[in-house]
Design a binder for this molecule. Structure first.
Ligand SMILES: Cc1ncc(COP(=O)(O)O)c(C=O)c1O
Length: 400
């Protein structure tokens, strides 16, 4: 079975994981990541969401309103609440699915202090619109959520550099991974120092038990994401037997992982450092597969395709369609898993119903009506053509 996601892990990451730990492993990963991001500083955390908590706390924000997308990973909202602040949700742009920046003005109050601009699914935030907001509200702090997009570009401008800082999630579903882990990049020396000081003071050192668990998890990732391994795992997933591993959220609970304040392990840092060397080839492959899909579906009216953008990094190839469920089922029968993420609209989740949300709730129509096609390292060109054929045939039957 072709899984919906697969980390681009090879021998070099495996070898890195089994190299002896050194006290400067995390530091070396940070330096390599900063170099890749072409930024001065990078600070590592155990999760992307932990890095957001530390960013907001380092800014001294308390009970401040922080604007974020209504359609993004719910852990972003969890991190804002955990930091002692208040998320304000903004609806999605109907064209690129990023937060609709034209609505931001309606969300801003005197208590708004920061905006989390997210390049969802690897599609770059429109920097022209973002910079208009920055000019009008120079005191608002811009934080780039690059957990999906990493180093995407808008008109050849690096999105992650447009604001105070950017943060990244590095779990195995991401474009590049350090098993779990998060990172912040910035060019602001005093902010980087503040973050580092807070991290060193507050985070507990990673325990031996955590390092062993991470190593074991990493070893398991290799066989699980092979086609045979995933066939078995997918059965368990569909039967709901591994929900605690694969489901990100409980609709009524705002929480963080129990080890979110335990530092990144050395093994994660070494794997992450090894991944940095492959970043550009990983993105190049995703781009190539995405182009095949764009071309293969461009004449089908009932599929709303992602926009082409040269600077996109294609963490997901998301198609909007009312036939999502039928397509997921037919692909599954053919041994292909189509992704459904993001399968919720955050302001509709019980835990967030009392929070302010701006816009007409276009994002509410997305869960259940999107599929994402695999673009990862395990998808060959011939797989992409097969996926196109299967979907085209099914669509022809459905629209008759
Ligand atoms: C858009 C987005 N932002 C932030 C995060 C947080 O990353 P992490 O899971 O490492 O906390 C994720 C996680 O998957 C995400 O998808």
């Amino acid at each position: 079975m072709i899984p919906r996601l697969k980390a681009a892990l090879g021998f070099s990451e495996f070898k890195a994981a089994f190299t002896f730990s050194r006290s400067d492993d995390v530091n070396k990963f940070e330096n390599e990541f900063a170099r890749l991001a072409d930024q001065k500083y990078a600070v590592a955390f155990p999760y992307g969401r932990t890095s957001l908590v530390f960013i907001l706390n380092a800014l001294g924000l308390e009970n401040a309103e922080v604007i974020c997308p209504a359609y993004t990973c719910v852990v972003v909202a969890h991190a804002i609440v955990t930091s002692g602040n208040v998320p304000v949700f903004v609806d999605s742009d109907k064209v690129d699915l990023n937060m609709d920046l034209r609505l931001i003005e309606k969300a801003i109050t005197p208590n708004t202090k920061a905006i989390i601009a997210t390049s969802i699914f690897g599609y770059p935030v429109n920097l022209n619109l973002l910079n208009e907001i920055r000019q009008r509200y120079p005191d608002l702090i811009i934080i780039q959520d690059c957990a999906h997009s990493f180093f995407c570009n808008w008109n050849e401008r690096a999105v992650h550099k447009e604001g105070l800082c950017a943060f990244y999630g590095l779990n195995v579903s991401k474009i590049m991974t350090s098993i779990f882990g998060g990172m912040v990049t910035t060019d602001d020396k005093s902010f980087a120092n503040k973050l580092r000081e807070a991290r060193n003071e507050i985070l507990l050192p990673a325990s031996v038990a955590k390092s062993l668990k991470r190593l074991l998890y990493f070893i398991m990732v290799y066989p699980i994401f092979t086609r045979i391994g995933y066939k078995f795992i997918n059965r368990l997933e569909r039967g709901g037997l591994i929900d605690s591993f694969v489901k990100h959220h409980k609709p009524d609970i705002i929480d963080m992982p129990s080890d979110y304040l335990q530092g990144m392990t050395s093994v994660e840092a070494r794997v992450g450092e090894a991944q940095c060397k492959h970043y550009y080839s990983i993105v190049e492959h995703r781009h190539k597969i995405a182009m095949i899909y764009l071309e293969g579906f461009n004449d089908i009216q009932s599929l709303e395709l992602p926009l082409y953008n040269d600077g996109a990094t294609w963490s997901h190839f998301v198609i909007r369609t009312k036939y999502a469920k039928a397509l997921i089922d037919i692909a599954f029968k053919a041994g292909i898993q189509l992704g459904e993420i993001i399968e919720y609209h955050i302001p509709s989740l019980l835990a967030y119903r009392s929070y302010r949300s701006v816009g007409e709730e276009y994002a509410k129509t997305l869960p259940g009506n999107v599929i994402n096609l695999p673009v990862h390292a395990g998808v060959k060109e011939e797989d992409a053509f097969r996926i196109i054929k299967i979907i085209r045939e099914k669509i022809q039957c459905l629209v008759k």
